[in-house]
Design a protein around this ligand. Sequence first.
Ligand code: BGC
Length: 448
Amino acid sequence: MKTLTAGAFGKDFTWGIAMAAAQNEGAYTEGGRGLSIWDVFSRKRGVIKGGAKPYTACDFYHRYKEDLLLTKALGFKSFRFSIAWSRVLPDGNGRPNKEGLRYYHQVIDECLRLGLEPYITLYHWDLPHALELEGGWTSYKMMRWFPRFVTLCAEEFGDKVKNWIVLNEPAGFTSLGYMLGRHAPGKTGLDNFFPAVHHTVLAQAEGGRILRALVPNARIGTTFSCSEVIPYSDKPEDLLAAARVDVMLNRLFVEPALGKGYPSEAFKLIERLELYNKAWKYTERMPFSFDYIGLQNYFPVVIRYNPLIPLIQASEVRPVYRRVPRTAMGWEINGTCFGNIIRRFWKYGGVKEIMITEGGAAFKDSVSAGRVPDEARIAYFKEYLEALLKAKKDGVNITGYFVWTLTDNFEWTEGYKARFGLVYVDHQTQLRTIKDSGYWWRDFLSPA
Ligand code: BGC
C-alpha cells in the first residue's frame, strides 16, 4: 500500500484545527461576557461527569496566542473557532459588548499575522442564558435574535474573515438539548424539540442569507453531524427502524436546506413539523445555497427495531456488544463507514463542496516522561484519511479536513474526562504537552 501523504489531497486542500468557544475559552465572567446555557446547565447536580464546569476550560481566552502558535507549529493552515454569542451580546439581543468584539478581533488578527485562515462558526451550542429564559430555540423570537447576532458578527468581522459556518451540528444540539435533556438547556419532549428544530432550520438558512448580503466574497457553509446507519438485519422492521434513525441523524437539517423539505415520508412523526411550518408559511425560507457543507462523523450506528422505545421504536446495538474497535467514548472506529456517509451526502446532488469540519477521537491519554504516546489516535487518523482520500478520488468534491481538536477541552457532559486534543492539557496547571499524534500531524503536513 502506498504511504498516505498530505500532497495526495492536492495543494489547495485545506488542513485545519477546529475548536469551540464554550469548550475552550473559559473566562466566563470576564470582559463583560454574559452567561451561556452551558454555564448554568453545568451547575445542576449529576449532569456532567465529575461535576465539571466550563468556567476555565483551556483558558483559550488568555492563551490564544500560545494556542494559535501551536496550531501553526503543527503545520495547520486554517483555524476554525466559534464566537461566544454571550461574549458579544451579553443579553443575547441587547447592546453589543465592545470588549467581547475586541477580543475576537485580536484572535482574528493573530490568525492573520501567523498565516492561519480563520473560519468562524457562529453558533456552537452556547446560547446566551438570557435568551433561554425567554424560550431559547423553542421561541419564535429566535427569528429576530439570531439574525441580530449574525448581522453583528458579519458587520464586525466580515472584512477580515471570508470563511463562515452558520451552525454546528443542529441535530446534536436540538435533540440532546431540547428533546433528551442530556445537554444544555436540559429540555425534554416533542413540544420543545419540534419548535427548536423548525427555528433552527430557518436560522440556518437565514444566517446564510445575511452573510451573503453583508460579507463580500464570503464562503458560506454550515455543519452537519452524520453517521452511517446500518440495519441490524434485513427484516422489514429493522430496515424501517434504521430509516427512522437515519431521518434523525442525517436528514432532518440538510434536506430542508437543499429545498427538499422535511423527510417525513420515512418517519411519520416528523409530519408534525409541517404544522409549525404551515402556521408560519416559511417553507420558502428553509433552503439556502451553501457554498460548502461541513460534515462531522464520529461513529456509525447499527439499529434494530425496538417496540419498547417510545415514538422512534428503534435502538442501537452498541459497539461494545458487537466487539468492534472503539474509542474511549465507546464509539466505533470505522473508516469505511466514514467514506460511505460522505458519499451519501454527495449523492444529494445539490451539495457543491464538502469539508470535513471536524474529525478526531478520544483515547485515554497520559503523560509519561514528557511524552504522550497515543498510537491509537495516529492509527485512527490514518484510517480515516485513507477513506477520505478514496472518496475524493471517487469524485466527491472534498476540499478540507479540520482536526477536532487542538487541546483537551471541556467535552460537554463528559467534562474533562474525554481527551480529543492533539495537545494534552493538565487542567490544574494548564500545562500543554504535544501528543505523539500532534507530532505525527506536523510530519504529515510538513514532510522533511
Ligand atoms: C461537536 C464537538 C464535540 C465533538 C466530540 C461534535 O459533535 O461539534 O463540540 O466536542 O463532537 O464529541
